[in-house]
Design a protein. Structure first.
Length: 462
């Protein structure tokens, strides 16, 4: 039965602690498995002072490379002068009776570790409550601290600290040639997938471009295509309210220009088309948020979406709009922190996290070739370093418009995308690809519907 310490009210199971010690005394070479399960500072798993001292003595015998059994442990405790304090030799000899056989030791050690984690959580929560009662100077800095410290305790549940190369045989048989492969999530942009083989679990992806390149349209198109293929996605819209995101979705799906939907300049047949589009879109596994702007809020909501909704990709529009909820000295440091935390979020959730990013003004300062480069990523070199994949958007017509567009009063207005075929062409530049080649994919930007299409394929039939 679970007992509690009368002073600190911390959970522990004395019989379980004795059973683990008993299993080690029955078969001393299993100490390595127990240490592996308990992790760093394995003695912390023993709350009872006597059991803890016995385990420390076992560790001392192990370090000398000597055989572990009840009698070697008794001798070790005698030498250190602590045998009587732990209950004497009869107590040591009684420990194996607490476990049916050594074959139960693995399971009992894992349960013991769970008790240790619960104690640490209990102690940590008590500390947090005390801080709250005294008052915290910054709420979000405190929330971030709570998440960080609880996360460190959660990491103790990871049983393996490293992998041996000998594990490659199992990896190949199960994941490479078997059915358990951890598949990449397709971007559903076929020409792009041919080069990047989809977005890999744990990838931190950046979609970058100067204003007017259609970053939001491209990201929302990818999310839309994924949802059409049955892939649940989460889309954080920091810059744009959800209402406008939903209007873009309706325009994408119905083929009716966004400007006309917003102005309500619609024929009756188009109104029916919009209603049908809304009904069809409502069935997609797409989840949106436009209220979270702090990195801690975004990480927390992304974890919830992963757990509760099963999302397989997270989109964030856009990175420079995120703020850190605690004090940082420089903007570059803030962006570096955001970049690092988004990368760790992708690894923790084992899904791709796809963030939009602004570029500096450097492309405008170049001569004839204004195509973006990795060095143009704005405000921090950490973005280039942390990202597994960097996609950059470039529309040549934006910088070198055709004669018909030049004569227009607003050359880059969506109404002029039909001025020539080149107006819709967009280069999707794979500037960095940790898992494969770089290169360029050609897309078609249907600006009036805020939609990107693969120029070789059409995903939407209006």
């Amino acid at each position: 039965m679970l007992k509690h310490n009368a002073i600190d009210d911390l959970p522990y199971d004395p019989k379980l602690e004795k059973a683990v010690l008993g299993g080690i005394l029955l078969k001393g070479d299993l100490i390595e498995d127990v240490i592996h399960i308990l992790g760093k500072n394995p003695e912390d798993a023993f709350f009872d002072s006597a059991c803890r001292q016995i385990f420390i003595s076992i560790l001392a015998i192990r370090r000398r490379g000597e055989h572990i059994n009840p009698f070697s442990v008794i001798e070790e405790l005698k030498i250190s002068g602590k045998l009587d304090k732990v209950g004497g030799d009869q107590f040591i000899l009684s420990l194996p009776s607490y476990i049916p056989s050594a074959s139960f030791l693995d399971n009992f050690a894992r349960k013991l570790k769970e008790k240790m984690i619960l104690r640490k959580l209990s102690q940590k929560m008590k500390s947090f409550l005390e801080e709250i009662s005294w008052g915290v100077s910054s709420t979000w800095e405190f929330v971030s601290k709570v998440e960080k410290e609880l996360g460190e305790i959660a990491q103790e549940s990871v049983s393996q600290d490293f992998y041996s190369i000998s594990d490659i045989k199992t990896f190949v048989s199960e994941e490479v040639v078997g059915d358990n492969f951890n598949h990449a999530i397709p971007s559903c942009f076929p020409s792009l997938d041919e080069k990047i083989v989809g977005f890999h679990p744990g990838d931190f992806v950046i979609i970058a471009g100067r204003p007017g390149m259609g970053k939001t349209s491209f990201a929302l198109s990818l999310a839309y295509y994924m949802a059409l293929e049955g892939i649940p996605v989460m889309f954080f819209s920091i810059e744009m309210p959800i209402r406008l995101i939903l209007l873009r979705m309706i325009s994408m799906h119905s083929g009716i220009p966004l400007q006309r939907i917003i102005s309500k300049n619609l024929a009756d047949t188009e109104k029916s088309k919009i209603i049908n589009a809304a009904n069809e879109i409502s069935k997609l596994s797409m989840f949106f948020n436009d209220s979270a702007q702090g990195i801690t809020q975004i990480r927390s909501l992304a974890k919830r979406a992963r757990t509760e909704k099963g999302v397989k990709a997270v989109f964030i529009d856009y990175l420079q709009q995120i703020f850190v909820e605690w004090k940082v000295e420089r903007r570059e440091e803030e962006i570096s922190t955001i970049s690092r935390l988004l990368k760790s979020l992708a690894k923790e959730l084992n899904i791709p996290v796809i963030a939009l990013s602004q570029l500096s003004r450097e492309p405008e300062r170049r001569g004839d070739n204004k195509r973006p480069q990795l060095s143009d990523l704005r405000e921090s070199g950490s973005l280039e370093q942390d990202a597994d994949l960097v996609l950059m958007l470039y529309r040549d017509h934006y910088y070198n418009p055709c004669q018909k567009s030049v004569m227009s009063s607003s050359p880059n207005n969506e109404e002029n995308f039909d001025c020539c075929e080149r107006a819709r062409i967009s280069e999707i530049i794979i500037a960095k690809n940790r898992n494969g080649p770089t290169g360029t994919v050609i897309g078609k930007f249907i600006g009036e519907n805020c939609l990107y299409e693969d120029i070789k394929y059409s995903k939407v039939s209006y």
